[in-house]
Design a protein around this ligand. Structure first.
Ligand code: IPM
Ligand code: MG
Length: 368
């Protein structure tokens, strides 16, 4: 297969981890006889410095001419002025919105080899394997009005939480579709005891449920879910929730996997049936680690590239429809972990830690 992949490394550790994902995709191309063409673009803070915008036109052009987008991370202390007009994060938010990527899949998996890297008790983590679907183009992130101003009593700011039933329906449907091919249980999280948007969310979820009788729908309050995720994580199969709850809960869920450095994500416009891929006739989907730019360790070559490499596996699976290749990448990651190789974030005290590039080399070499 020939495919064009846009590579937007971004800021901080973004370019370092993304380089290892590209290396892995290169190894996949060699092993399985594909031709992947990588095209790099700027996004985030560096793009602001160099090109005057967190999402420059030339980047958008590369993105729209690609079959899929691999993103690193954006942001850093240099661009953290709260009064600034534009921010690195606007680059990612702009991409999500422009590409219509409303369904953000964040799988949470426990590798048996890493069970001791998590601060949670090992017996609570056995067999945990769920996926959070975060609504990605609505809610507080995009609702209008969204601004700050001065009044005679002082400064004031507003963000708006708004959802249409169509926005809720399409993402909840992705939840049912995925639960249908997994463990057949869907948890829909909301705050219907407080918020109107949540009441609508719950109502729409129940309506869609009628079309999926084989899937058990469980409504749960988001604050309760925050507790259940770390006390009973094995009850979850698929979780669907709105943008902000999903942002917060997926970082929380990352402690289950032992490190933020392990968790990939896919941002999609729909869920294609397995094997069909998303590349034709639509805008590209986007793949990125759930971790941020980690400015504290940027440039040191110690970041864990696994989240980015697993994001590349999701790209193979969802955008290109290459299941065998995606499995091979995931097996390579698992194999390297099983052999005891660790980056700093997942090494136990006293254990030797590999750098970003060494970890990427090992994973790529297992694909050779
Ligand atoms: C994430 C990040 C982003 C978000 C930031 C970088 C805008 O935290 O992908 O989870 O809040 O969505
Ligand atoms: Mg986040």
């Amino acid at each position: 297969m020939q495919a064009r992949i846009a590579v937007l490394g971004g800021d901080g550790v973004g370019p370092e981890v993304t380089a290892e994902a590209v290396k892995t995709l290169g190894a996949v191309a060699d092993r399985f006889g594909h031709g992947f063409e990588f095209r790099s673009g700027s996004v985030g803070g560096r793009a602001m410095d160099e090109l005057g915008s967190p999402l420059p036109d030339e980047t958008m052009e590369i993105v729209l001419g690609s079959d899929a987008v691999l993103l690193g991370a954006v942001g850093g202390p240099k661009w953290d002025d709260p009064a600034a007009e534009s921010r690195p994060e606007d680059g990612v938010l702009g991409l999500r919105k422009a590409l219509g990527l409303f369904a953000n899949l964040r799988p949470v998996k426990v590798y048996p080899q890493l069970i001791h890297s998590s601060p949670l008790r090992p017996e609570r983590l056995k067999g945990v394997d769920f996926i959070i679907i975060r609504e990605l183009t609505g809610g507080l992130y995009f609702g209008e009005p969204k601004r700050r101003w001065n009044t005679c009593e002082g400064r004031r700011a507003v963000d708006t939480l708004e959802y249409t039933e169509q926005e809720i329906e399409r993402v909840v449907r992705v939840g049912f579709e995925l639960a249908g091919v997994r463990g057949k249980r869907l948890h829909s999280l909301d705050k219907m005891n407080v918020m109107q948007t949540s009441r609508l969310w719950r109502e729409v979820a129940s309506e869609v449920a009628e079309e999926y009788p084989e899937v058990e729908l469980v409504h749960m309050l988001a604050d309760n879910a925050a507790m259940q995720i770390v006390t009973n994580p094995d009850v979850f199969d698929v979780i669907v929730t709105e943008n902000t709850f999903g942002d917060i809960l997926s970082d929380e869920a990352a402690v289950i996997g032992g490190s933020m450095g392990m968790l990939p994500s896919a941002s999609l416009t729909s869920v294609p049936s397995m094997g069909s891929g998303l590349r034709r006739g639509g805008k590209p989907a986007l793949y990125e680690p759930i971790h941020g730019s980690a400015p504290d360790i940027a440039g040191q070559g110690v970041a864990n590239p696994v989240a980015s490499i697993l994001s590349a596996a999701m790209l193979l699976r969802w955008s290109l429809g290459l299941q065998r290749e995606a499995d091979a990448v995931e097996d390579a990651v698992e194999g390297v972990l099983a052999e005891g190789y660790r980056t700093r974030d997942i090494a136990s005290p006293g254990e030797e830690a590999l750098g970003t590039r060494e970890m990427g080399d090992l994973i790529a070499s297992r694909l050779g």
